[in-house]
Design a binder for this molecule. Structure first.
Ligand SMILES: Cc1cc2nc3c(=O)[nH]c(=O)nc-3n(C[C@H](O)[C@H](O)[C@H](O)COP(=O)(O)O)c2cc1C
Length: 204
């Protein structure tokens, strides 16, 4: 499917058929996530693939009872792994330096690169990590369209409660939930602001 077509056809889907989706489809979605770009190629995305109905319902209860979360055959819990910022930065930066992307002085931007990082220090990386996970999630959303599947981004939740349900370690920070299944609705495009409204200025 043409990428523009996928972007035009994607909608937030909030009603799913009960039909299961195949493991191959789930693999395709995870592969789409894997291919996303990330800052310093950190690839901090991690996913919990929830198929269990009872667990989906418990997560739904922690997400203000958005009904479609347990209706979807698969619920992806999309997380940022902060621990990648403790062990990965040097290796990934070196790869980019070796590829000629940055000069070796890029290490100066990471003065504490060799220092062990505790959980509190790692929290500083949450915005960077979440941005990267967001990109992977949108890769999933667009790949889903091309497979005839629907998704919805969900951030409205009590993330701590969801983390407890899934017994997540502290270094996994939930960025969003993404129910996936065959759409049982065909919503019209939602309103968008115009191009004039989003271009703040053109500098020539
Ligand atoms: C970061 C983010 C968080 C969102 N959180 C929720 C949510 O908690 N529940 C929900 O039903 N939709 C959620 N949405 C979906 C938006 O409401 C939706 O993208 C927007 O209304 C535009 O509709 P469309 O996706 O069909 O184009 C979220 C979208 C994004 C990008």
């Amino acid at each position: 499917m043409d990428i523009k077509m996928a972007m035009m056809e994607r909608r937030s889907i909030r009603k799913f058929k009960a039909d299961p989706i195949t493991d191959d489809m789930v693999q395709e979605l995870l592969e789409a996530a894997r291919l996303a770009p990330s800052g310093t190629n950190h690839q901090p995305w991690r996913f919990i693939v929830v198929k269990n109905q009872e667990v989906k319902e418990r997560i739904q209860a922690a997400a203000f009872n958005q009904r479609f979360l347990s209706e979807a055959p698969i619920l992806l819990v999309c997380c940022a792994d902060l621990s990648t910022y403790a062990y990965n930065t040097k290796k990934r930066l070196q790869e980019l330096i070796d590829a000629g992307v940055f000069g070796p002085e890029a290490f100066n931007s990471y003065p504490d690169i060799d220092k062990p990082k505790d959980a509190n220090t790692l929290k500083a990386f949450i915005p960077h990590a979440m941005l990267n996970v967001g990109l992977a999630m949108e890769h999933i959303a667009l790949r889903a369209v091309s497979l005839g599947l629907g998704t919805c981004w969900v951030q409205l939740m009590k993330a701590k409660q969801v983390a407890q349900i899934l017994e997540l370690p502290e270094h996994l920070v939930i960025t969003g939930l993404m129910p996936v299944g065959f759409p049982d609705q065909n919503p019209a495009p939602r309103p968008r602001v115009s191009i004039q409204d989003i271009v703040f200025k053109v500098v020539e």
